[in-house]
Design a protein around this ligand. Structure first.
Ligand code: ADP
Length: 357
């Protein structure tokens, strides 16, 4: 079965075609500059037409959808009611869900009758217990506004946790795994017996670790304090937290770990400081997640930094586990969210050969 995986962003469509269940990937690529000034590709419909021009045959489509809130705990066959619900989740991910939907709607027009599956970034973390996902805010905010920890990068955490169990030749439901997805966005998850029990990103992807340009955990009182001190409005403040903070904000140089690594040491103290803070925060989370799971059998690194930065991995591992008698296995596993989406879409379609629209 040929399954086309679509990751539709606001101005791009990333695509990958898998032959399932062989898991062979023949065609992949990205269409960029969709809807941008001067671009020949006006919208997602035109972008997807270009993608389909490169592909002979599609049996089903798997879509990455960023936010499924509490409505979607599993991969879901897309029909009109699912599209409505994904739209309803857009207020929680205004930059992402509408772009994901644009890809879904273009596929529906261009591939009528072809089954489509939505796989949600938030779904893997829907197993968090309430004491992990409820914030210390008035409880009614959860009920009225859906304010809670959702967590993101779920498909990546799930993929590398499965792959870790496979490589260790142990069943997932017997393992305590900590997965560190360290890319431009960074998050960490505690995966106990195959279920996510806690994760560092929260209501939005801003919470948790220090990231390329995002601040991660800060004192919430700083938000209004900085707004007053700098005389800036909500939009500017959001920009500071999301785009001008993290590795970039601390170093004053770059959000790119490769550049910081080159400049670190005596030459540039602030690049060194940014790396130290980045590592320190990860160590704190690993310590906390080892405590809540009462142990850790395996530590997994993935994402551009996790896969390539040996210094970061070594300092984290030595810092947290060197004094312990029982040390966890450490694995570096390149993530493959598209393959995970293809597997889920394939499993779902096999079980539900027909859909109602
Ligand atoms: P995204 O979250 O956008 O998918 P990536 O997973 O590609 O990002 O991660 C980007 C980060 O990974 C950057 O900080 C970059 O410096 C780092 N990185 C990527 N490749 C390498 C490499 N070969 N060596 C060191 N760091 C790398």
């Amino acid at each position: 079965m040929k399954i086309l995986i679509i990751n539709s962003g606001s101005s791009s469509i990333k695509y990958k075609l898998f032959d399932m269940p062989k898991e062979e990937n023949s065609i992949h690529g990205v269409i960029e500059h969709i809807g941008e000034k001067g671009s020949k590709i006006q919208d997602h419909y035109a972008g997807l037409k270009l993608v389909l021009g490169k592909i002979n045959n599609v049996d089903a489509v798997g879509h990455r959808v960023v936010h499924g809130a509490e409505k979607f705990k599993k991969p879901t066959l897309i029909n009109a009611s699912v599209i409505r619900k994904i739209k309803q989740c857009s207020c929680l991910a205004p930059l992402h869900n509408p772009a994901n939907l644009a890809g879904i709607i273009a596929c529906k027009k261009l591939l009528p009758g072809i089954r489509q599956v939505a796989v949600f970034d938030t779904a893997f973390h829907q197993t968090l217990p309430d004491y992990a996902y409820i914030y210390g805010l008035p409880y009614e905010y959860y009920k009225r506004f859906g304010i809670r920890k959702y967590g993101f990068h779920g498909t990546s955490h799930e993929y590398v946790a499965h792959e870790a169990a496979r490589r260790l030749n142990k069943p997932m439901d017997k393992l305590k795994i900590i997965t560190c997805h360290l890319g431009n966005g960074c998050s960490i998850a505690a995966v106990q017996n195959g279920r996510s029990v806690d994760t560092s990103m929260g209501f939005t992807p801003l919470e948790g670790l220090i990231m390329g340009t995002r601040c991660g955990d800060i004192d919430p009182a700083l938000v209004t304090y900085i707004m007053q001190k700098k005389g800036i409005d909500i939009h500017e403040m959001e920009n500071v937290l999301n785009k001008a903070s993290g590795l970039k904000g601390i170093s004053g140089v770059s959000n790119d770990m490769r550049i910081l690594e080159k400049r670190a040491g005596s030459m540039d103290g602030r690049s060194e400081l940014a790396i130290k803070i980045f590592i320190y925060r990860i160590k704190k989370y690993i310590g906390a997640y080892t405590a809540i799971m009462a142990g850790c059998d395996c530590l997994v690194f993935t994402g551009g930094i996790g896969e390539n930065q040996a210094r970061v991995r070594n300092e984290i591992y030595k810092g947290v586990f060197s004094h312990l008698n029982k040390k966890p296995a450490v694995l570096v596993i390149p993530t493959n969210e598209e393959l995970m989406i293809a597997r889920k879409a394939y499993q779902l379609i096999k079980r539900h050969p027909a859909i109602k629209d």
